[in-house]
Structures are given as structure tokens and as C-alpha cells.
Design a protein around this ligand. Structure first.
Ligand code: ZN
Length: 689
């Protein structure tokens, strides 16, 4: 659960000198459709890597892309068939490619690629096609049987009858992940982590029986398995070499094994070996052993994540979505995070949290700034800007964790946002806007560092508290905890003492942005009439609204700490008292940590229902209207660079070059061509019918 996603990115910034970008003419913009903008990111300093390191990075990138089909299947059981069908139509369509139907079809396909399936990556809602069902039926009729993704024994008629409602009927499988605690979240989620007919109560009972409350080093139950019902009884179908997703996992293992042979050191070799063993067997004890070895390797330059990691897509928060990040260290910027992490105990000791809930001995939080080189699975095209792993609480407590900030990704977001008009439209006055221009780049980055490196790693559960006690609210509460920890420390003089910030007021840039985003601008990501659903968005609204409400003046003549005010008919956020706002953040942090440490489901749920879910419809409408004039996409993601081996006449690799030649469609079609590990090619590859 330890990922930080970008908030909406704010306008211009002047502190350009801190940027690492190598090429000021680099073109970040790739594509724009629906509510999405696709960017590309630069990989600065790639050419400082040795040949061996480049090889390793290449093999790990291949391993990363080999798992692509896994996340598609996890996100919904019809996704792979639908992708195959849509791509076939897209390639062979010979009508007017500028017609309304085809344009709408193309946009739908682009959205499906972005969501790794037919659901929105953030809202979890099913996409609504802008083309007619008749159009699709006509296109299917033009495709020969051998090119249709028919299941074994399935006829064309059966296929069409099955797939059309999945695409067109809003009542069929409407939501990827349903978090409405009043419903059966397993039965009502379309995500393909549970088989047909499985209920929430059954799954909870199934795992409750397996868990031993006295086990102090529990495996991450359910992390790598789909739960299905067979003869009325539940069982796990595990993801491993000879189990579910075996063909994809075989490819991943093949490339990991090649990477192992060019590993930088024995520690790295050891954890790759362990990861391979885990992929072969599916044994979660081995995954824990791998995680410990991985967390302890802080020396290697090249690093990666490859596996079933984050559980946001599981309504019960257990099964990991497959993802991969490949990266190398940004030495210069890592000096900043090393200063923070080497003072982790100081931050823990001075937090406003009750002593009983603090760690007396914070274990090696290692923090670094990295350059992302490949994003894959659930981390692609939409990606996080910070990661903190491993997720298992007992491993974090006993062996520490690794926290990373993806600086070249953050940078690409910022660079692509120049002059987009956001500040002018939403920030209350020129001085606030200027402060954000000057300090937001560094305070945003620091917020990510503090959130990942200290926030998620801080605090402890009281003995005997079930880590899953907060149930469907677990992700939101955990993100709130990490955000509050970061926000609490941004104004602290410790950061100036450590030489990380040079202005004691710099934090105000981040505070203003946070309140503006949590109270107003993030609403642009939500359709009118809907509630806030996604965990990070709920967390931000929870914090911002709680501060707004609890900072209301108590006596006559005083001012609200934060207020929503009108100027020329438009709503603005005004912060009247920044130091008092920090105190409120401290109060809420103490309460959220108590809820986590005691596993107080009722209190957590009450907070979320009161502050995090509901939206003022008038304000919502206003925000969307103001955004619509700016044409700022609510969501952004990335395509990856291309790595190409160069061979000598003996067939030895002499170099791996990096280039950025593809557009969005080209990259997606290439991935489907080269990495369709779970979608067997139908008929002869030469089939052109
Ligand atoms: Zn987080």
C-alpha cells in the first residue's frame, strides 16, 4: 500500500536550476485523448552506466514488459480478449479512419490501453464506448474466425453474445473495484481476483482460518492467488511457473536469469535468485526472504521491483497487482534523502503521536532518489512518483524498508506543465503563486521523500492488532498517515538545520497546494454526481476537509485557519494561519496513528464517511467548468524509452542504446506484438483475413 501518486501538477516554476534534464529540447508530449495526456520521460545519465549495467537494465526491462498480460487479466477476465479484438480491428480497418465511429473507436482503444483493461485506472468505472454496437458488430463480421480471440470450443456467435454486454451494457460488471462497505465488495467488483460466485464473507472466513494471530512473521496471505470456488469450497489458484499465469512467469524468469548473470554484486545476485525461486514455486515464505534481501541491498546502482506487490486493486486489500519498475540511482539528489533517512529516529521521536504508538527503534529506512528506466504492469502507463517497499509490516519493523523518489518522472510532469494557466485560475493571489513557483518543485519532492521514507515507515501496531483490521478503509488511512507525517515535518526547522531547505516559509507552497487540491482541484478527476472513491483522493479530501472544519474560529473576531472565499463569483482557498494549520495536522496525525495502531475500524470509518467521500455538487460543477477552459488533462501517464542491443559480428552485445522514437499507438502495438505472453496467437501469424 505504499505508493505515492502525483496530484494535479501546478503551473510554472522558476527553480529550473535544480533540474537534471539533459536536453532542454526534449519533447515530453506524446498524446492527448479523453481525460488523459500521455507523456514521455527522459532517462538522464543513462550513458554513465557501464556496459554490464546497461545489459542488466535491458534484461530487467524485458522481464518487466513480459508481465504485461498479467495485469490485464487481473484487471478483468475479458480484458485480454477485448484487447486482441480491438487491436485486430484497429489494424485491418479499411473504411474512413476519420469517420465519427472510427475516431470514437480509436479513443476507446487508447483508453483501454491506458487502463490495462476496460476500466478507468483511477475511478475504476467501466469505459463507455462512443461508437455504436452495430459498428463493432460489423467490424467483427469482417474478421475471420482464426483471428478472433475465441476460447477453446467457443463459436463466433457465443463469443459475440458474451463480449458485447461486457463492453456496452452499463449494468454488466460496472466497476473494477467496489469499495462501498455496505455492499459485498468481492461479489460486486469486476476485478479478476476472485472466481464466479465467491462472496466477501466466504473469503474473509477462508483467510481468517489460515491466519494465526500469534504468528509474528506472517506471510502476506492471498498476495499471489486468485480465490475460486470448486464444489462449493474455496481454494487458491496460485500465480507461479506451473500455475496461473505460468507462460508469462516463464518469460519473466528467463529474463531475470539473464539479469542475474550480470548482477552488480553477490547481494543482488542472491535476491534475484530468491525471486526466481519464488516465481517457480509461488511460496510466499520465499517472497518474504527475497523482500528482506532486497530491502537490505542498498549498495547496488541498478535496482528493480518485479512482482505481485500493491493491493489497491483487491477490494479486500490482499492480492498484489503485478507491476515492475526498473531504475538506477540518482547520486546527487540522493544526498537529500540520505540526510532524511539517517535522521529517521529523530523524526519518529518528535512526532505528535502518542508514545505507545511510536517505534522505539526505527529500522534502517533507506531512501534514495532514482531515475526510472522502465515502467510496467500496474505501474504503466500511469505511474507513482514515490515507492516504499516491502509492504509486510513485520519485515519493515525488523529489517527496514527501501523508499524511493522517482525524480525524472516528477520532472517530466513539471516540465510538461509549463504555462498551463493553472496558477492564474486557481491560486488566490500573486504572492502565493510566486511562492509556489519558487518552492513547489523542491517541497513536492520533499513531501514525496518524507511520505515514503518516514511516513509509511513510522509508528507501530499494538501487539495483537490485525494489520487488516481497517478493512476497505485500510489504504485511505495508511495514505493519510504518510501524508500527514510529511506535511507535519515540512515546516520543521530540522529541514533547514539539515541543509535541505533554505527558507523557513517554503512549506507554505506545499500547504497551499495541498489544501487547494484536496478541497477543490482534484474534483476535476471525478464525474459530476459521483463520490470520491480512490484511496489517495479520499485521503487528500479527508485531510483538507478535516482541517477546514476543525480550523473554524471559536471566538468572535478570530479568523478561520483556512477558508473558502469568493472572488468575482469564483471560489478560492485562503490560508489565514499557516502555523496553526501545522498544529491541526499534528492533531489529525495523532488520531490517525491511534486508529491504525489500535485497529479502530469504527473511528476510521466515521472519519472517512464524514470528510472523505461526499462532494459539494455546486463546487464540483464550478471546478469542472473552470478546468474545461484550461484544457489541463486530469490524468497523465507515460510511454517508455526503447532499449536496443547492438551486436558485434560474433553476436556479442557491445552496447545497448536508448531512444525515444515511438508514439503512443506504436508503443502499445509493439508491446502487444512482442509481449503477448497470455494471449496465444490465433491461427497462422500470416493470417490477414
Ligand atoms: Zn503512500
Amino acid at each position: 500500500m505504499n505508493k505515492l501518486f502525483p496530484t494535479l501538477i501546478i503551473g510554472t516554476m522558476t527553480a529550473i536550476s535544480v533540474h537534471a534534464a539533459e536536453n532542454k529540447d526534449f519533447n515530453y508530449h506524446v498524446d492527448r485523448f479523453a481525460d488523459i495526456e500521455v507523456l514521455r520521460y527522459e532517462v538522464p545519465e543513462y550513458n554513465r552506466l557501464t556496459l554490464n549495467q546497461k545489459k542488466m537494465l535491458y534484461y530487467l526491462s524485458q522481464a518487466a514488459q513480459s508481465g504485461r498480460d498479467i495485469i490485464w487479466d487481473q484487471n478483468g477476465k475479458y480484458n485480454l480478449a477485448i484487447r486482441q479484438l480491438l487491436e485486430k480491428i484497429y489494424t485491418k480497418y479499411n473504411g474512413d479512419r476519420n469517420s465519427k465511429d472510427f475516431k470514437a473507436f480509436e479513443e476507446y482503444l487508447k483508453r483501454v490501453w491506458f487502463g490495462n483493461g476496460i476500466y478507468h485506472h483511477y475511478s475504476n468505472d467501466k469505459f463507455v464506448p462512443g461508437f455504436s454496437q452495430t459498428f463493432l458488430e460489423e467490424q467483427i463480421a469482417n474478421i475471420h474466425d482464426c483471428c478472433l480471440p475465441l476460447a477453446p470450443g467457443q463459436t463466433r456467435e457465443q463469443f459475440v453474445k458474451e463480449i458485447l454486454p461486457v463492453i456496452f451494457d452499463p449494468a454488466v460488471l460496472p466497476k473494477k473495484v467496489n469499495q462501498d462497505g455496505k455492499q459485498d465488495v468481492v461479489a460486486t467488483s469486476a476485478v479478476n481476483l476472485y472466481g464466479d460466485g465467491v462472496t466477501q464473507a466466504e473469503v474473509e472466513a477462508f483467510y481468517a482460518k489460515m491466519k494465526d494471530p500469534k504468528d509474528t512473521t506472517p506471510i502476506s496471505y492471498g498476495l499471489n492467488a486468485k480465490v475460486v470456488k470448486e464444489n462449493g469450497k474455496l481454494k487458491e489458484e496460485k500465480y507461479h511457473l506451473t500455475g496461473l499465469y505460468g507462460p508469462a512467469i516463464a518469460q519473466i524468469i528467463y529474463w531475470l536469469d539473464k539479469a542475474k548473470q550480470v548482477a552488480e554484486n553477490d547481494a543482488q545476485k542472491a535476491y534475484i535468485t530468491k525471486l526466481i525461486d519464488y516465481y517457480i514455486t509461488g511460496d510466499l515464505r520465499l517472497f518474504d526472504e527475497y523482500s528482506i534481501l532486497w530491502a537490505q541491498d542498498t549498495k547496488s546502482d541498478i535496482d528493480f521491483v518485479n512482482g505481485f506487490i500493491e493491493s489497491y486493486n483487491d477490494p479486500l486489500g490482499m492480492t498484489g497487482s503485478w507491476e515492475s519498475y526498473v531504475n538506477f540511482k540518482n547520486g546527487k539528489s540522493s544526498e537529500r534523502t540520505e540526510k532524511i533517512s539517517s535522521n529517521a529516529q529523530w523524526f519518529e521521536d518528535h512526532s505528535p503521536v502518542d508514545k505507545r504508538f511510536k517505534k522505539t527503534n526505527v529500522k534502517g529506512v533507506s531512501a534514495k532518489v532514482i531515475t526510472a528506466a522502465m515502467l510496467a504492469g500496474d505501474a504503466f502507463p500511469a505511474t507513482a512518483i514515490g515507492i516504499n517497499l516491502p509492504n509486510a509490516n513485520w519485515i519493515r519493523a525488523a529489517h527496514g524498508s527501501k523508499s524511493v523518489t522517482l525524480e525524472n518522472i516528477t520532472e517530466a510532469y513539471e516540465m510538461a506543465s509549463h504555462g498551463n494557466g493553472y496558477n492564474e485560475e486557481f491560486v488566490i493571489d500573486a504572492p502565493t503563486s510566486k511562492m509556489m513557483d519558487n518552492y513547489l518543485y523542491i517541497t513536492d519532492m520533499l513531501h514525496t521523500d518524507l511520505h515514503e521514507c518516514l511516513g509509511h515507515g513510522s509508528g507501530r501496531l499494538l501487539p495483537g492488532v490485525d494489520p487488516d483490521a481497517l478493512k476497505e478503509n485500510g489504504s485511505t488511512i495508511e495514505e493519510a498517515r504518510a501524508d500527514l507525517f510529511a506535511l507535519y515535518y515540512l515546516p520543521d526547522s530540522k529541514l533547514i538545520e539539515l541543509g535541505i531547505l533554505d527558507n523557513p516559509d517554503a512549506y507554505q507552497a506545499e500547504y497551499y497546494k495541498y489544501m487547494l487540491n484536496g478541497l477543490m482541484t482534484q474534483l476535476n478527476r471525478i464525474e459530476l454526481g459521483k463520490d470520491v472513491e480512490e484511496a489517495h483522493m479520499r485521503n487528500r479530501q479527508l485531510i483538507a476537509k478535516w482541517i477546514l472544519e476543525n480550523g473554524k474560529k471559536k471566538d468572535k473576531g478570530g479568523k478561520d485557519v483556512v477558508e473558502l472565499t469568493k472572488k468575482k463569483g469564483k471560489t478560492f482557498v485562503r490560508i489565514n494561519d499557516y502555523p496553526k494549520m501545522r498544529e491541526l495536522i499534528g492533531d489529525l496525525l495523532a488520531e490517525i496513528q491511534r486508529i491504525t495502531s489500535e485497529g479502530d475500524y469504527a473511528a476510521g470509518n466515521a472519519l472517512i464517511q464524514k470528510y472523505a467521500v461526499k462532494i459539494d455538487p455546486k463546487l464540483h460543477k464550478e471546478v469542472i467548468e473552470r478546468f474545461s477552459k484550461l484544457d489541463i488533462p486530469p490524468y497523465r501517464g507515460f510511454i517508455n524509452p526503447v532499449y536496443t542491443p547492438v551486436y558485434d559480428d560474433k553476436g556479442e552485445i557491445t552496447d545497448i542504446t536508448i531512444s525515444y522514437p515511438e508514439n503512443y499507438v506504436e508503443q502499445m502495438m509493439r508491446l502487444s506484438r512482442d509481449f503477448s505472453t497470455l494471449t496465444p496467437k490465433k491461427g497462422k501469424s500470416s493470417c490477414s483475413l
